[in-house]
Design a protein around this ligand. Sequence first.
Ligand code: PGA
Length: 245
Amino acid sequence: MKIIEVENYDQMSQAAANYIIEKVKQNPTLTLGLATGGTPKGTYEQLIKDHGENGTSYEKVTTFNLDEYIGFSGEHPSSYRYYMDEQLFHHINVPEAQTHIPRGDSKDMEQECVRYEKSIDDHGGIDLQILGIGSNGHIGFNEPGTKFGAKTHIVTLDESTREANSRYFKSMDEVPRFAISMGIASIMKSREILLLVSGESKKEAMKQLLCGEVTESFPASILQLHPNVTIIADQQALAEAKDFC
Ligand code: PGA
């Protein structure tokens, strides 16, 4: 795993955006895996800024998002489809039909898992997957204990994940308990992975990722076995890892 250390969140966002823009320029038909949450927000802001100022085109780019809450349609303001539309898609020139997010409101969620995994494969797989990491080591919504062999599947969210995400809801009761997520195996099929990590709340997770063993109880640890991972992390996130390994 290659590590790029930056000073803070803004630098992480700028570095990540530059990285993605370069890939899109090299390959205008790039298939990009995308993430939601607080971490990539600044990166998306920078992509939008660059699109406005420099005209980087996403017309032929295809995107696949990692996950979605079950029970929410794309119109729900807390859905990840809504987040992506608001934070990125509506502000760049990617055609909507080329943006893929699991459907959280499908009548048959098992079938939706199969359909989503197949649509990634049918498209030829993901060239560059953007990832964040949960403080419990989750990637996508693959919580600790998820089998490394898992493909797109239905997950029960950890209480720690629900608490971390409750900032986007009026109360804990509103935070969904279930989600659909690309599995670990789906993520590992990506040809390249860009992991973004910022802030003190992630320092234990970074320590475990960089210094710990590969174990299903810490899902992100599987990334140690991927041949092409770049991590852009800020100093706060790297604080513990530097001292211990
Ligand atoms: P965050 O979430 O970017 O909101 O910290 C990351 C994650 O849970 O994967």
